[in-house]
Design a protein around this ligand. Structure first.
Ligand code: ASE
Length: 309
């Protein structure tokens, strides 16, 4: 054997780059959360010209030292551009920061980021407990009973509004792909399901859209809901599921694997494969099930109710 390196004797240059990145990934999340919460990107948008750390710290009402470090990190993350002007350091937004991280932008992710910062991040503090117990962590994170999921998720008007903004801001980015995945022109009456759909009577429609609904619930509850929809649906009608689909063998995408962990800490559900959604739809009576991957986070699954013979 020429090589001296064996198990238990790592090479001197062995450097766990990936693991270090994972270990400290939350530092990046928190840097983005804080910059948005302070309104750094909004201040730079309004100024319409590069600003110094001093000007930004005053505008956002934060310490100069803290702001300087935050701005440097944002520049490192390629969210801010650094300008050197006559010995002065000035900052401006990158195109991506202007479009997605300013509050007034139509494609703003600020509300999503706020929900991540104030709700999801706090739930993930208890991920170990969630994995051990196999259930969500609202009681520990917020002191609210998680018996009724949406009573917990909508525990205050503020929390409800934050969640609605989250749902909407992702829709701005993925909505078009999902809604053009299938030809929906044959459907005259379309019902986008929200509200208390386990209790309330459902309107008669040709197409029911369930966008990021089934991933909140157990298989049993999903089947119950799909059966209610099947009952209400006109013959020849259909149901369109909008969900982030796992690969058939569960091997990815990583985002969806992580979302499934998020469903564990936050809901009663999970992310599923297209075959798992197809099985739920089949059990409820739907046929001719098809799925379409969009290449973005959210995909589409369709199932039909047969025409009466
Ligand atoms: C739900 C969707 C979400 C319920 C709770 C949720 C999302 C976050 N929390 O139906 C959106 C997807 N993002 C993640 C991280 O799961």
């Amino acid at each position: 054997m020429a090589s001296h390196s064996t198990q238990g004797a790592p090479a001197a240059d062995l450097y766990p780059k990936k693991i270090l990145e994972y270990m400290e990934g939350f530092l990046i999340s928190k840097t983005v959360f804080t910059s948005c919460e302070l309104g750094v990107f909004d201040v730079l948008l309004k100024a319409e010209q590069p600003l110094s750390a001093e000007e930004i710290s005053q505008a956002v009402g934060a310490s100069l030292d803290g702001t300087q470090r935050l701005l440097a990190a944002c520049a490192g993350l390629q969210l801010l551009i650094v300008h050197h002007d006559k010995g002065q350091v000035l900052y401006s937004n990158t195109e991506e920061a202007r479009v997605f991280l300013t509050r007034s932008s139509p494609l703003s992710l600020c509300q999503s980021i706020q929900y991540s910062s104030r709700t999801i991040y706090l739930c993930w503090h208890y991920l170990t407990d969630a994995v051990r117990e196999g259930k969500n962590q609202y009681e520990k994170a917020f002191g609210v009973s998680s018996k009724d999921l949406f009573q917990a998720m909508y525990r205050s008007d503020e929390e409800l509004v934050k969640f609605m903004h989250l749902m909407n801001s992702i829709w701005n980015i993925c909505g078009k792909n999902v809604i053009t995945a299938f030809d929906l022109s044959p459907f005259k009456v379309i019902c986008d399901l929200g509200g208390d759909f386990f209790k309330d009577s459902l309107p008669v429609a040709d197409l029911y859209i369930l966008a990021r609904i089934l991933h909140d619930w157990t298989d049993e509850r999903c089947i119950k809901l799909l059966q209610r929809i099947y009952e209400a649906c006109k013959p020849g009608g259909a149901v369109l599921l909008v969900e982030a689909l796992l690969n058939e063998d569960g091997s990815g995408p990583l985002t969806v694997q992580l979302y499934s962990l998020n469903m564990l800490v936050q809901t009663e559900g999970r992310e599923r494969t297209d075959a798992q959604y197809a099985a739920l739809l089949t059990t409820a009576g739907f046929t001719n099930i098809q799925h379409c991957l969009t290449g973005k986070i959210y995909d589409a699954v369709m199932g039909y109710k047969r025409h009466e013979i």
